[in-house]
Design a protein around this ligand. Structure first.
Ligand code: BJW
Ligand code: ZN
Length: 241
């Protein structure tokens, strides 16, 4: 059983993807009806797209930022925050998601490796600024007057925390992947990195991911339905720190 396997006194690194927010009402990218079926990703999620059609790209992210005010964390987000409170420094949550549902559920040991919708960044000095309204062409950095852009990691850009916090979280840890298709690198490579160090790996997903064969354990189901039970059991099976 996954709880006994993931229990113990070691550290746990969790990777989440769009699937964990699906039950909150946010579209995933690659599922039927997902964002990349509705929009062409190369016209929206690349630096080249932003240079060629900045207004179109800003509009896409403005729509997604506005949608955040209509959704709420689900039982999966809440269960992860509860497990963090139990494991404290033995727990790290790495999310590919750009929504803010993990933090609204109470997660704090959280790394947004693909950025955050509720921040924007200066293209000139890289200052990161909280932003809840629509972002327009001509909205400029207070420090240097550079154009502001979404604080999002587009294809071809380097994700955040790869130099330090993510390798530290994965080193010697047990790894749990939740609601990600395993198709976007480098996140899709984390499971192999953990396995190469002898760590145990598990996934919770609606369907087996692209790298399903690298997981020692698999639980197929909706994150919001599966995680409360599974994570409660993992927390209970953990030895005290
Ligand atoms: C449920 C559920 C429910 C549904 N419960 N589950 C080989 C190695 C390295 C890089 C590459 C490589 N080959 C190609 C690359 C480049 C590229 C890449 O990976 N391309 C692939 C498409 C092949 N990667 C990059 O460009 C990255 N940067 C990079 O590599 O820099 C170079 C470098 C790296 C390291 C060191 C030095 C240099 C950047 C990637 C940026 C990704 N950006 C996006 C868009 C963000 C903006 C936005 O939000 O609009 O991030 S793409 C999109 O995909 C988004 C997501 O975070 C990411 C992952 O998607 P996710 O979360 O997995 O969602 P889905 O929809 O794919 O899957 C949902 C899953 O949930 C499914 O499995 C469902 O079954 C499941 N599900 N409901 C549980 N209720
Ligand atoms: Zn600036």
């Amino acid at each position: 059983m996954i709880a006994e396997a993931l229990g113990g006194s070691g550290r746990l690194a969790v990777l989440t993807g769009a699937g964990i927010s699906a039950e909150s009402g946010l579209k995933t990218f690659r599922d039927p009806g997902g964002l990349w079926q509705q929009y062409r990703l190369e016209e929206l999620a690349t630096p080249e797209a932003f240079r060629a059609h900045p207004e179109r790209v800003l509009e896409f992210y403005n729509m997604r930022r506005a949608k955040l005010s209509e959704v709420h964390p689900n039982a999966g987000h809440v269960a992860l925050a509860a497990l963090e409170r139990r494991l404290e420094e033995r727990f790290t949550l790495i999310t590919q998601n750009v929504d803010d549902l993990h933090e609204r559920a109470g997660s704090r040991r959280l790394l947004h490796m693909h950025g955050e919708l509720k921040n924007v960044r200066c293209v000139r000095c890289a200052a990161v600024v909280p932003w809840t309204a629509a972002l327009r062409l001509g909205d400029r950095c207070a420090a240097c007057q550079g154009q502001l852009r979404p604080h999002i990691v587009w294809f071809g850009e380097v994700p955040f925390f790869l130099d330090d916090a993510i390798p530290a979280a994965l080193a010697g840890a047990t790894f749990l992947s939740i609601g990600t298709s395993g198709t976007v690198y480098p996140a899709a490579g984390f499971v192999a990195a953990v396995k190469a160090q002898g760590g145990l790996t598990a996934e919770v997903n609606l369907e087996p991911s692209a790298n399903a064969e690298l997981f020692d354990l698999q639980v197929l189901g909706k994150a919001g339905e599966v995680l409360p039970t599974v994570l409660e059991a993992i927390g209970g099976a953990q030895a005290p720190a």
